[in-house]
Design a binder for this molecule. Structure first.
Ligand code: T4K
Length: 371
């Protein structure tokens, strides 16, 4: 394979049509209203709530601030049970709130927190559970809610990967007390940078809207120590256009996933996820898990071999969050406590997965498995 072949990246942003975007930009320029709950912001909130089948949604400037703000809004303190197998932002949101993260191992069948291991980690200081629908694979929300109800805990889902995911026709974003989304450029649906919080009741939505605007509840009234995490009009307009094409993007991703599965099913030493019955998946990532002994090459050898040929898979999520210097001293951050998470982090490779991969691109990826 020629090294100068076109680079294939793990993802590629879904971009709106430039002409259409320009028309909306002209409207913004005419209105001269460019941020602070403008008309595109209000419209996108409504359109997203309807598309995602959720009662209330509040837009944010990225996917990290709704996590931080959700913890503030629910007044979470003490210890929060969470997963080490995620992007660092999940645990950072706890740290920024002065909360101690308590890591619980994952269930390898969906890479989410293992509900069977949660109860053993609960202490008198535990106030909430923060699971992640990793790769958009739904967590066992029923089992998690049962534990939360039994111990009076809040549940905040980091649903950064779970845009549009439904179980039996219902949005996964309706589970728990609050769910948060990321609309980063690398996600299935993006507003360049952006994110949202999904809220169940009108009063909390009001409170969240104050919190993301410094706590202002009127020109001269500040009701809470809020932050600034508002989405501006340009990105809201961009988001309105991208929402029109996200279903087509998810279909294109499904085709890529099906080709990968068809071709990799018989490759010894490689495993991957199949679709789950009753679930509308979004195909946000295509992780494979490599058994080095059976496959004949380690994960890192394969990763490097691909990289040398300009095919950029990514090791999401290696290393575990619990291995980063901020967290590695925590009592729950040990290998003994997190055996499945370590196994998965050491064997995972996310293959290129986006709406814009051609058949030839997919062939180029698959060639690494059929030598
Ligand atoms: N919770 C979870 C579970 C998350 O996964 C994330 C974010 C968050 C919370 C926080 O949400 P945000 O605050 O970020 O909204 C990326 C993203 O920056 C990050 O949003 C994402 N998770 C994480 C899993 O991945 P990197 O450092 O891997 O991205 P980067 O810049 O290496 O990009 C990856 C590939 O994407 C590039 O090789 C090519 C392609 N790309 C990227 C960008 C930015 C493009 O083609 N164009 C682009 O503009 O973190």
């Amino acid at each position: 394979m020629e090294i100068n072949e076109k680079q294939i990246t793990v993802t590629s942003p879904l971009l709106p049509d430039l002409g259409e975007l320009n028309n909306l930009l002209k409207e913004i320029w005419t209105a001269k209203w460019i941020t602070n709950n403008g008309s595109f912001h209000r419209r996108l909130e409504k359109e997203l709530a309807s598309y995602l089948k959720v009662p209330y949604l509040s837009l944010f400037t990225n996917g990290t601030l709704p996590l931080i703000t959700a913890l503030q809004a629910l007044r979470i303190t003490g210890e929060v049970i969470t997963t080490p197998y995620s992007f660092v932002a999940t645990t950072h949101s706890l740290w920024w709130n002065g909360i101690k993260p308590v890591f619980v191992d994952i269930d390898p069948s969906n890479c989410g927190i293992d509900p069977n291991k949660i109860e053993a980690a609960i202490t008198p200081k535990t106030t909430a559970i923060m699971p992640v629908h990793c790769y958009g694979k739904p967590c066992d929300t029923k089992a998690i809610q049962e534990i939360a109800d039994k111990y009076g805990l809040k549940v905040i889902y980091d649903a950064a990967h779970a845009f549009g995911v439904e179980v039996d026709g219902e949005s996964i974003l309706n589970a728990g007390d609050i769910s948060t989304l990321s609309f980063h450029a690398t996600k299935v649906y993006n507003t360049i940078e952006g994110g949202a919080m999904v809220i169940r009741d009108e009063q909390t939505k009001k409170r969240i809207d104050y919190l993301k605007n410094f706590g202002f509840a009127g020109e001269t009234t500040v009701v809470a120590p809020g932050i600034n995490s508002k989405m501006d009009e340009v990105r809201a307009a961009y988001g309105i256009l991208n929402l029109k094409q996200v279903d087509a993007a998810i279909s294109a991703r499904r085709k890529v996933a099906n080709r990968y599965r068809e071709s990799l099913r018989d490759v010894v030493g490689i495993t991957f996820f199949d679709d789950m019955p009753g679930v509308r998946h979004n195909y946000s990532y295509f992780p494979i898990f490599i058994d080095a002994e059976k496959f004949g090459r380690t994960r890192d050898q394969l990763y490097q071999e691909m990289k040398d040929a300009n095919v950029l898979g990514r090791r999401y999520f290696y290393p575990l969050i619990s291995e980063f210097s901020t967290y590695r001293g925590l009592p729950s951050a040990t290998r003994e406590n997190l055996p499945e998470a370590y196994k998965i982090a050491d064997s995972v490779l996310c293959l290129p997965m986006h709406h814009d991969l051609s058949e030839g691109d997919v062939d180029r990826v698959l060639n690494f498995f059929h030598k």
